[in-house]
Design a binder for this molecule. Structure first.
Ligand code: LTN
Length: 350
């Protein structure tokens, strides 16, 4: 048995960056009966963003419907809202007390966020990765499907588990990230940056976006204009000639012209959502961006057609969703309580 743990902040409706970065893997991992999966909506983490209560509530409701519509199956996976399992915050506090502040101030995500929300650098932002560590070790998680931006937090989680074990005796496993093979999905309108809601609506393709909206957004995607992009397609994957993988900040690729990165980003999306035949059409000669964008938009719309229908149906049944989440929290709590009891004994507060 492998215990899989992952969470997603309810920062807004799901988008293809979430899907390709992690959620696609959640779906795959829950199919394997050798995996025990805990998936949750990380509302305690999202509290660090200082959003109004109405937005907290609304986002959580929508994202729960979206996870179910995507195929997260409460029969196979334990799906719940983090704040409804009190053990997370309890254990988070205890782990705070063994984590050096210096380890937290060097986290790149903390520095990024503190820069972006300079009017709200709350203590939760700093201890965010400690709560994340608690989320994982509370279920003795060993594999954590996340986007590559979470790798540093996972390293800290392993350190925290080790510090605790060294001090109080072997208690926690040391979890590892499970990264999707999908490169980072870049913003449509600012392709040197990661696709993210914080860049604005037009940068992201929502999983629930209607076909007309998807087409509109894809059409506005930034690309170079000659159709000549240094790429090859091997029948499965697009590669950028002379460059490995995706543009990442601080690498050679990020110094490429924005239009080339933008074009490559669209091809990588077609690689996932389109057929091999559709991809091959763009592999020889100059790329017609009009054709590429129309093909890609149709492929994405088609891929999420069932999702849109199921999501709409689920949103009409809020009490059914509530019931599922309550059952998930109950199941998670049974395990979380055991861990917290054991930890309380070990640290001397039982
Ligand atoms: N920080 C993560 C969300 C998250 C998480 C977790 C992921 C909170 N707790 C535990 C994996 C395991 C993010 O923003 N992607």
């Amino acid at each position: 048995m492998t215990t899989i743990v992952s969470g997603i902040q309810p920062s807004g409706p799901l988008h293809i960056g979430n899907y390709l970065g992690a959620l696609r893997y959640w779906l795959k991992l829950q199919q394997d009966s050798k995996n025990r999966c805990y998936f949750f909506i990380a509302d305690l983490h999202f509290l660090t963003q200082g959003k109004p209560a109405s937005e907290m509530r609304e986002n959580t409701r929508v994202i729960a419907a979206e996870l179910l519509a995507l195929g997260i199956d409460p029969k196979r996976s334990t799906l719940f809202v983090q704040s409804r399992v009190p053990g997370h915050a309890d254990l988070g506090w205890i782990l705070n007390c063994i984590t050096p502040v210096a380890e937290l101030t060097r986290m790149t995500q903390y520095k990024d966020k503190a820069g972006r929300q300079s009017d709200n650098i709350n203590a939760g932002l700093l201890t965010y990765p400690v709560l994340q560590a608690a989320d994982i070790v509370i279920y003795n998680g060993t594999a954590v499907p996340v986007g590559e931006d979470q790798v540093q937090h996972l390293e800290l989680t392993r350190n925290i588990a080790r510090w605790f074990n060294n001090r109080y005796g072997k208690t926690f496993a040391e979890p590892k990230p499970v990264l999707t093979p999908t490169p980072r999905v870049m913003s449509l309108t600012a392709p040197t940056q990661k696709m993210s809601k914080s860049l604005g609506e037009k940068n992201v393709i929502g999983l629930a976006d209607e076909p007309a909206m998807i087409l509109e957004k894809v059409k506005k995607a930034v690309t170079e204009s000659t159709g000549k992009v240094p790429v090859t397609y091997d029948g499965k994957r697009w590669s950028l000639i002379g460059h490995s993988g995706v543009p990442r900040s601080g690498t050679i690729e990020s110094s490429l012209p924005e239009g080339i990165i933008g074009a490559y980003n669209l091809l990588k999306l077609l690689e996932v959502f389109g057929t091999a035949a559709e991809n091959r059409r763009f592999a020889n000669g100059a790329i017609s961006y009009r054709e590429l964008k129309e093909t890609l938009a149709a492929a994405i719309s088609g891929h999420f057609a069932n999702f849109r229908a199921r999501r709409a149906a689920l949103l009409k049944k809020p009490s059914a969703i509530e019931k599922l989440l309550a059952a998930g929290a109950k199941r998670a709590s049974a395990v979380a309580c055991k861990t917290v009891d054991e930890v309380r004994k070990k640290v001397g507060i039982s």
